[in-house]
Design a protein. Sequence first.
Length: 553
Amino acid sequence: MIDGSGLMRTALTGVGVDPTCLTTDQLADQVTASDWLVRVGLNSRLISIASWADRFAADGIAPHQLAIPGGDRPIRPGGDGTPEVTRFCVTDLAAQLHKSTGTAERMIADALDLRHRLPRVWARLCRYEIDGPDGQTIARQTRHLTLEQAREVDRSIADLVGRFSYGRLLSQLEAIIIGVDAVNIAKLAEQAAEEVGVWINQSNDHGNKGMFIKAKTPAVIRFYAQVTRIADILARRGHPGSKDERMAAAVDVLANPLDAVRMIAEDTEPTLFDPDPDDDSLLPRPMGGAASGRDGADDGVAAAGSADNDSAAADSESPQPTIGQHEDHDDQLPPDPANDTVDQEDSPSRFPRVDQDRRLAELAIAAIGQIDPAKFRPDATLCVHIAQETLQSGLGVTRVEDIGPTISTLVADWLQGCNLTVKPVIDLSVDLTPVDSYEIPRAMRERLFLKYPGSMFPLSGSVGRHLDLDHNIPFIEGLPAQTREDNLGPNGRREHNVITHGLWKRRRAEPGTFLFRAPDGRVFLVNATGSYDLGRGQFAQHIWQLAAPTPSG
C-alpha cells in the first residue's frame, strides 16, 4: 500500500522550489510525489465522472424531451451491464472537462465499465493503487464482452495491473480475453475481414499526410510489392532519394495507372527479352502445353497479339506503329508456333518467341507513348484558401480543406501539373441579402463555411462542410429576414440539439464572437482564437446580458 499522505505532503512542499537546489534523494522523492499527484488527479476524475453519470440517469429524462425530434434521449456509453444516462449530460460534462463531446462520452463509458463490469480493477483504482489510464484501457478492450465475461477478465487481470509494463499488460489482457471469448473472437476475426477500407489521417505534418490501408493480406502484399517494384525502377533511373522517399514517390506514380504501366514496360523490355543462348526453354513449342516452360498467362498475351495482327489492316501513313498493325510484309510478327513450324536455319533469330514478345513490348510502349497521361489522372479537388498577405508576399500560410494550415510553397508544388479551377474572390466583409425562408441558400452556406471552418460550440472538435447551420435566434414562421449571416452559426448535430432542445443558450456578441451559457450558468466565449471559460460569476453574467439581442435584431 502506497503512503499517499506522505507523498502528497512531499509534492506540496516541493511546489515552487527550484529543482536544482534539491539533493538527488530529494529530487527523486519529488518525481515520485509528482507522479502520485497525477494518479490522484486522474483517478479522482474517473470517480467523479461515475457519480456524474448517476446524477443524470436515463429515467430522469422529461417526457416532452422524448416526444420531440432531437430531444434528450437515453444512451448507454458503456458495455453490457452498465446503466443508461441522458444524452445531453454528456455535452454538459464535456464543458466542465474542457473536452469534446466524443471524448467526454468515452470517459463516461470507461468509468461505468470499470465500476459495473470490472469491480476488482475499480477497487484498486479507487484506492489509488493503479493508474486510471490503465483501467480505462482494460475497460475499452473488454467493452464488447458480456457482463459475465468481463467479470471473468476482471478476476484474472486485476492483480496484474501495475506489476507489468504497459506492453506486457496488453499482451496478458489479450490472452485472457481470447480465453474467455474464443468463439466470439473468431467471429470478430471473420467480421474484421470485411471491415476494409482506405483512410487518410487528419494530421498535417508540414505538407505530408498518412494513409492507412486495411485490406485482405494478399491484396496488401501485392500492392506493397508493386510499390517496391516502382521504387526500384526509380532507383535505376537515378532517383536521388532514400528507399522510403522512393516508396512514397512510387505511390504517386501508381496514382496514374498509365504512368505506372509505361514505367514497368520500359524497364522490363530490355531485360525480359535478352535470352540466354544456352537456354533451350525459349525454343518454339506448343503454347500453353504441358511442356511449355513459360507462364500460361504470357502465352495468352502473345496469342492475343498475333490474332490482333492477323485481323488488323496496314497503315503505311502512320509514323508510329500501333498494336495489331504493321507497315509492310517484312515487318509482320513471326508466325505463331502453335500453327506453323519455324525452320531454325532460315529464321533470322533462333528465338522466334522472343522476337514476337519483344515486338509486342515495343508496340505497347509506342502505343502508350501516344496517350496523354493527363486524361488518366483521377479527379480530385483541393480547396485552398489563401490570405491576402500571402498573395502579396508570395510566402505565408494557406488553409487547405481537410488538411489544415500549410505553407504556401508546398501548395504551389502540389498544384504543379494539375488542372486548376480558380473561383472568384468572395468578399466576406459584406453579408448577402437576408432571406425569409428557413432554408439557407447555397451561396450563403458557402460564405459561412469560409467564415467558420469549424463548429463555434465551446471546445468542439467538429469541422467540415457537414456541420449544421443553426439560427442564433430561433426561427419563427412568418417573420421576415431571419435567415441571414449574422444570425447563423455552425455546430455539430449533437451540439445543435442541446441548444435547441436542451438547457444550453447561445448569443452572438459580435461578428465572429459567440457566447454560450451552460445549464449550470457557466459562460463560454468562443471566437477565432479559441474557447474561453468565463466562469459563473458576476462578470460572466454581465457579459452574457450585454450580448442579448436587441428587439430589432
